[in-house]
Design a protein around this ligand. Sequence first.
Ligand code: UDX
Length: 449
Amino acid sequence: MDSQKTLSPHVLIFPLPLQGPVNGMLKLAELLCLADFHVTFLNTDHVQHRLLRHTNVQSRFIRYPKFRFRAIGDGLSEDHPRSGDQFMELVDGMEAVTYPLFTEMVTSGDLSSKSEQPATCIIADGFFSFAGGVAQQIGIPLIYFDTLSPCAIWIQLCLPKLIEAGEFAFKGDNLDAKITCVPGMEGFLRRRDLPSFCRSSDVTDPIIKLVLKEDQELPKAQGVIIHTFEELEGTLLSHMRSLCPNLYAIGPLHTHHKVRLGSSKATFSNSLWKEDKSCLAWLDAQPIKSVIFVSIGSLAVMTKDQLLEFWYGLVNSGKRFLWVRRPGSIAGDCTESQIPAELLEGTRKRGCIVGWAPQEEVLANPAIGGFLTHSGWNSTLESIVAGVPMICWPYFVDQQVNSRLVGEVWKLGLDMKDTCDRVIVEKMIKELLEGGRMSSWVGLIRCQN
Ligand code: UDX
């Protein structure tokens, strides 16, 4: 009986505690549940509280008796922002508190071989390079799910070459110089398109050490899951497979998910903020392809000056807009009394502002004609699948390279990287909504799903 229990496949899923990774890994978890696996989904307490508060995820998963949530601390206080400049404090907190708890749980605790239902496989975010040693210690397979964009992962994997070639440490100068040592990207990649960690001028920076460690660990895992699909990035994937042969492209997850769960109209929220669905009724009242959707995801923060540049650009374009203003996404205080009257007036006439939107449903709404995005990888994939062209304002992490692919390689949008100017915002919105760009290629992607 005991040995039978030990053999029962039990996957422990451990996402980075951020909106994008939690969303993607919950979708993967549900697919594994449908395939009758035991699944334990491990969140930080902070994420778990918010998930339970803002979604019906608990009642949704009740139908899977072999599924359960677990939660552990991340070392930060409940009201810590865990975003923008303070994101690295989350990384430090997890290293000090979460990793030891995780290790204890799988080596001697309630997911260890001594337990009733031991974990037999770990699927951990690619960021958690410590998981390799833990899985090896207990002798179970480890699969990394790297939730960054594949193009950024590939650049990460090439980081030692970038350092050797002197193309890494650029201190903000000569940003238009071409990068020559990332195979497959030689034609279009400039220094300004490298992931944000490359803007550090010092290879001893802690984030660089983390990336180099991840580079060593990824190829050692039994498998690496990435969130893309072969038709979009086949050439890049073949380069990546030269270093990580067991690479599985399983995206776009939200489309598989809807197909497996039986309805193309089904919507499942995994949001860490309360979704304001009133914007869907507002969208339904707008003409087809007339609205620009604006969102900078779950981590980016804009200054008050940047807020005003975007706001003037939107209002001056004369187009309708739906704008997600996530709580905490504007640095410092910004009260309505500080906002010029013409912006408030323009918003009353043609705008809708919400704290958090059901983004997949928004992008699928026929009124949406374009997406002004921070180029987070999930937002980029969701926009491609929905057939919505993008204006890209990359903020950090992988977003700088994602926007380069969108603008220069896939021709699915316009890249406003490193600028934030009302005239450019206005011009790009008009070009996107009036230009009819990119529809044929995006249509092709749509058909494949
Ligand atoms: C982070 C990094 O910033 C990003 O670069 C990396 O690729 C993934 O991890 P995030 O900033 O949250 O992600 O952006 P993104 O990857 O686009 O994920 C945001 C998710 O939140 C998307 O799935 C989007 O649908 C969802 N979202 C966003 C909502 O559901 N509602 C909103 O109002 C805004």
